[in-house]
Design a protein around this ligand. Structure first.
Ligand code: C5P
Length: 288
């Protein structure tokens, strides 16, 4: 029986600069994004009939057309040359609503896998267009582990850095709705001037990176989910005061050069941030 598996890495936004709202409701953004060694997995198995079914081990994740993976399926189905059915099994590790891009990463991986499996023959540009039409964070997962994204997320530039960096994630059981956070951003004064992208990509390690990192949605996320303030204080007391939010939240992260420091900080975070998942991982490198 045919079985295909692939990984869907999580991402963090090292920086997230947000501009004014555009006429189409989206915001111009500029963000340095890094994949993590923390990932979901997709397993695809062939069926005897022509049905396509999504299964997920996390009951919080929809398995109908509310899931981006099924939206990829719907777009590819009419174009497939091989019309055999499949079961798609999603093994979730990346909690939804935490700004780690889990759903977007699932969609990008499903797109790559199904394009091969069903011989839908989408070229590179068609894959990127389809990805962008389904979500702002999907195209970056069709590129490499380090990117700068611009526009509403569809303009993706890869870059290299040999960052040997440990990451501690504090993931509260709080769901930040992206649309609501951007709407709250519009009600706030414009953010201050921020470090420029070349300064960030030129940083050599976690110690150099941390003071340069920022997220223009932090204040807005706190407005939308006030309970995030207490978790942020606790996470900062454990991880370091420059702990950052990823995406529109609710996940928080800090970077370390030293593995044992990361592990010690994670122990502290587990004590102080009750009810949060605390994960120690690394920035993904190109050859992983
Ligand atoms: O593209 P995606 O579906 O992930 O975006 C979810 C919501 O986040 C959008 O409907 C929009 O309100 C907001 N958003 C935005 N500007 C971006 C990306 C997302 O305003 N660049």
């Amino acid at each position: 029986m045919l079985v295909l598996t692939d990984r869907c890495p999580a991402k963090i936004n090292l920086t997230l600069r947000v501009g004014a709202a555009r006429d189409d409701g989206y915001h111009e953004l500029e963000s340095v994004v890094a994949w993590l060694n923390f990932a979901d997995q997709i397993r695809i198995t062939q069926r005897d009939d022509t049905a396509v079914l999504l299964h997920c081990d996390d009951p919080r994740v929809p398995t109908d057309d509310g899931n981006l993976v099924m939206r990829v399926v719907r777009r590819l189905q009419p174009r497939r040359l091989s019309d055999f059915g499949i079961d798609i099994h999603l093994d979730k590790r990346i909690p939804p609503g935490t700004g780690l891009g889990g759903g977007s990463s699932n969609a990008a991986t499903a797109l790559r896998m199904l394009n091969l499996l069903w011989q839908t023959r989408l070229g590179r540009d068609e894959q990127l267009d389809l990805a962008a039409s389904l979500g702002s964070d999907i195209p970056l997962f069709l590129h490499g582990p380090l990117t700068v994204i611009r526009g509403r997320g569809e303009d993706v530039e890869e870059f290299d850095a040999d960052w040997d960096v440990w990451v501690v994630l504090v993931l509260p059981q709080l769901h930040c709705e992206t649309r609501a956070v951007y709407a709250a951003f519009d009600e706030l004064p414009p953010p201050p001037p921020r470090p420029l992208v070349p300064a960030i990509t030129a940083a050599r390690n976690a110690r150099g990176l941390m003071p340069l990192l920022f997220n223009d949605l932090e204040e807005a996320a706190l407005r939308v989910v006030p309970a995030l303030a207490d978790v942020t204080d606790r996470a900062r007391s454990a991880l370091g005061r420059d702990t950052r939010l990823t995406g529109s939240g609710s996940g928080l992260f800090h970077l370390y050069d030293d593995r044992s420091e990361a592990e010690q900080r994670a122990v502290l975070a587990r004590e102080r941030c009750l009810g949060c998942d605390v994960i120690t991982t690394r920035l993904a490198l190109d050859d992983e």
